[in-house]
Design a protein around this ligand. Structure first.
Ligand SMILES: Cc1cc2nc3c(=O)[nH]c(=O)nc-3n(C[C@H](O)[C@H](O)[C@H](O)COP(=O)(O)O)c2cc1C
Ligand code: SF4
Ligand code: SF4
Length: 422
């Protein structure tokens, strides 16, 4: 079995990169990620504009005490190192470290919204210091208000300029060039398309963190930084990330490195099944350290072993290829009730009579009698909505087709909407 993967001509020993943030700004932690198996380092963005090289301290506002495990808002900007210092003192050591661990090294850069030269100069600098790939970061939601120069890029009001920047950088360097986008820029898919087609970007990282706020109700204050610095990475981003991949792939064929809310192998595999050749972890590493890498890689290997896959290509993109537009799915002519053609069937041996489904059903369709060992739904009341299936803690509920008795959905994978033709 091999976890090797390729993206835009770069080869990675496995798809898992330590993503772009403070976790890839300092050598000692970077070595921990590499020791734990990281297949690549996407080094912290270096920035031309001095406003992007300083940030508010304290910087991180974790939300554990607010019931959001593994979530935070934060307001870090680019690397504190000026580019000329980074490429002289830090980047060569990162490159050497990556070579030692057979990992791929990509450098992120942040130019200004003023002209393309800025980005070109930065790109040439980091290429000459050994970057195997360069990622442009024109979409940091905090940068939008921290620096006037940067803002014109982030707000997405100048996608043509971004395409120009990518085109100019591509001409000026030999290594592949990617672009990172935030889910809160608009219109993200059009920007990605321009970046690909007009700018010839090789890959796109989706997604950067989203802009946002958390309100601390007891103090009646904005949590952490009371500015639009609110920058929310972590678990809530995964759905955005997966959705944005689909959205961008609808308009262009750019390769996508998946990022956002990856904590364990299940998250990572979701991005690979959506077609990503590489994936990046950031905030999970802040919370959980190097074991994030070992548990993800171990989980991917176990998954591949169980499924009999010998390479990432064997399953990459499998879920993405199943996505259809709503209008193209089999649909009833009209929703007929009383009785509904599909309704739940219960496995009484699995049911522990917790009554969750009984309480949750908005149509009061489920009647249960623990003493008698009976539970059933009334098709005259049931909507066939499926809510009780996913809710049941013991997987005792399936939706079946009344006429044929065939299973429509057992809570695993996609429903069989073809039942409308049975
Ligand atoms: C502290 C911190 C700093 C970050 N700095 C950068 C950066 O300099 N450049 C960049 O492109 N993305 C940066 N990001 C965004 C991450 O690379 C990533 O896109 C985002 O956090 C979502 O991934 P996650 O849910 O795994 O954290 C930063 C994220 C965090 C948490
Ligand atoms: S499928 Fe929906 S309406 Fe029918 S019993 Fe379950 S929750 Fe109630
Ligand atoms: S939720 Fe599941 S276990 Fe609980 S009563 Fe309903 S069928 Fe039984």
């Amino acid at each position: 079995m091999s976890l090797e993967t390729k993206m835009s001509g770069l080869t990675f020993k496995n798809p898992l990169m330590a993503g772009c943030a403070g976790i890839t700004e300092w050598l000692e932690p970077a070595e921990k990620w590499l020791k734990a198996g990281a297949g690549g380092i996407l080094a912290k963005s270096i920035a031309t504009d001095p406003n992007m090289r300083r940030y508010l301290r304290p910087t991180f506002y974790t939300l554990n005490r607010h019931g959001l495990k593994g979530a935070m808002t934060e307001c870090e900007l680019g690397s504190i190192y000026p580019p000329e210092v980074w490429v002289k003192e830090m980047q060569p050591r990162f490159v050497e470290l990556c070579q030692k661990y057979n990992a791929t090294f990509i450098q992120s850069i942040i130019g200004t919204g003023a002209d393309t030269n800025d980005w070109v100069e930065l790109a040439q600098l980091v290429e000459s210091a050994g970057a195997e790939g360069i990622e442009l970061d024109p979409a940091c939601p905090i940068g939008a208000t921290a620096s006037a120069e940067y803002a014109s890029m982030e707000l997405g009001d100048n996608p043509e300029f971004l395409a120009e920047v990518i085109g100019a950088v591509k001409k000026a360097v030999k290594v592949p060039v990617g672009v990172k986008l935030s889910p809160t820029i608009k219109p993200l898919d059009e920007i990605a398309k321009l970046a690909r087609e007009a700018g010839h970007a090789d890959w796109c990282t989706l997604v950067n963190a989203a802009g946002g706020f958390h309100v601390d109700v007891e103090s009646e204050q904005i949590m952490g930084a009371n500015t639009i610095a609110g920058y929310i990475p972590g678990p809530s981003l995964k759905w955005w990330g997966l959705y944005k991949i689909w959205q961008v792939r609808q308009v262009c064929d750019i390769e996508i490195s998946g990022c956002g809310g990856i904590w364990d192998a299940d998250d990572a595999l979701q991005y690979i099944l959506m077609g990503c050749p590489t994936i990046q972890v950031v905030s999970s590493v802040y919370f959980d350290g190097p074991r994030v890498f070992t548990r993800i890689l171990d989980g991917i290997e176990k998954f591949m072993d169980r499924k009999g896959y010998s390479s990432i290509e064997d399953f990459r993109g499998k879920a993405y290829r199943q996505i259809k537009l709503y209008k193209d799915l089999p649909m009833e002519e009209e929703i007929k009730l009383e009785p509904t053609p599909i309704y739940p069937a219960f496995d009484v041996d699995k049911c522990n009579f917790c009554m969750r489904c009984v309480t949750a059903c908005i149509r009061d369709a489920i009647k249960a009698d623990e003493a008698e060992g009976k539970i059933a739904a009334d098709p005259m009341l049931c909507l066939g909505c499926g809510f009780c299936v996913g809710l049941c803690p013991t997987s005792a509920v399936k939706i079946i087709h009344g006429k044929t008795g065939r299973v429509v959905w057992d809570g695993v994978g996609t429903c069989n909407f073809d039942w409308v033709n049975w």
